[in-house]
Design a protein around this ligand. Sequence first.
Ligand code: SF4
Length: 486
Amino acid sequence: MFHIADVKKFRFCPRFFWLHNNGQALPRIQFVRMEEKMTELAKEKLKITSFFMGQRNDGNEVFQQGFQKESWGINVRMEAKHLRIKVPLMQKTDDGYDIYFTYLGGKPKGDDVRYYSDQIWVMMELGIMIKDIFVIHLNQEYVREELLDIDQCLSIATHFYTSKGLPSYLITDHILDHVHGLSSSLEEMVRVYQDTIPDPIKLPRCYRRQKCGYYHQCFPDELSDDHNSVWTLVNSSNKPQMVKQGILKLEEIEGDMIEGDRVQYAQIMAARNGGIFFDRLAMTNWLSKVIKPISFLDFEWDLYAIPPYPGMRPMEVLPFQYSLHMLTEEGLKHEQFLGVGDCRLDFIESLLKNVPSEGTVFAYNADGAEKLRLLELARQFPQYEEPLTALAARLLDLAQPLFMGLFYDVRLGGAFTLKKVIEIINPEFAYANLMIQHGLDAVELWRKADISDTLSEQLREDLFAYCKRDTEAMVELYQYLEKLVK
Ligand code: SF4
């Protein structure tokens, strides 16, 4: 018996599907905090009071009997040809069934149409007549007031949306148009599942947005850290082609094979010139933007699907911690903050009290992270809008020299995380000797403490040490770049 998610995994990669189903499933990471179940909230939105609730392992007879008594079913389990699905909400009408899928995100796009249409295929195999299909999603325009208004927080979509947020295909028509038989795919899945593990085949899917969780298991040779491998080339869709042609090292790549990306150029030049590329002139220009006193800032935050506090929107974050290092005439100074619950005001007031009133404030990946957080807080707390917006404008992204191809060290292996950078420029500041070594672990531990409202002294120390390490690493990186220029 397979679940609908297995079909998605199988399409992604048969080996991924095999590993997942043969005792090697990857740990599930809950990026988004969601204490309420989406179907429960959708039930409230649809004002459903009378319904039957499906349960794990229900056979088809359960939903058939359920709809004899009720017009609404929630978490309805069914299966056809050994493929099981769970329909979040469905309503029996005189003209067929209305299906409500749920989506933990903003306006739904058509990318997941196959996932929905596969589920409709199961329903059709069971003779269920489909009337209309809807997707219940988060309304990202909604701003919470004192009390949560679920009716406003969720929206019911009848259309998929374009990346610009404009309505495109009608959901019902688009999904029904994509319903194709799954029988042969299911037979193939059974064959692969029962066979020995499929060979790994390196394709862009293995590393597209982020590396597949099985990447190092599939390609252990890369663990031996061939830093000069063409597989480390960033933003390139030509890598499989190069490998096919026998081009295996960065230094062997010819100019017409790169896509005009400055980082790719930096990578190739570093490989050809003893491991490091450094554009002194451009780097000097970049550093000339820096205004003293220099500060280094890092935030930790949790991401909430449903806004927990006034002023927040769906899928917005709550910053709960910061670390601030300042290079002053008297030497390096440090300030920090850590709170639980709705600590936004304390966070803002502490930060504005401690951050110098002028000078450059470095953050790593500032534009996608710290800057956004400051602007969100400015919107949520209009009384602090001016100083927070001014602080956001002073942020300078310390990752820019890497993302702009001004500097590259082949030992980075195409990875530009602060952790990787510090391992190379000063391993003394590596994260390996900390109790918490990853941001996601920090968030998970903080989340548990926040839910139970008990932040132990030990956890406080560990969280402080982790966030502090980020700003320490930034200080090291800045001083390293300055030395290179000199
Ligand atoms: S790394 Fe590539 S081959 Fe291996 S499981 Fe992931 S997607 Fe499949």
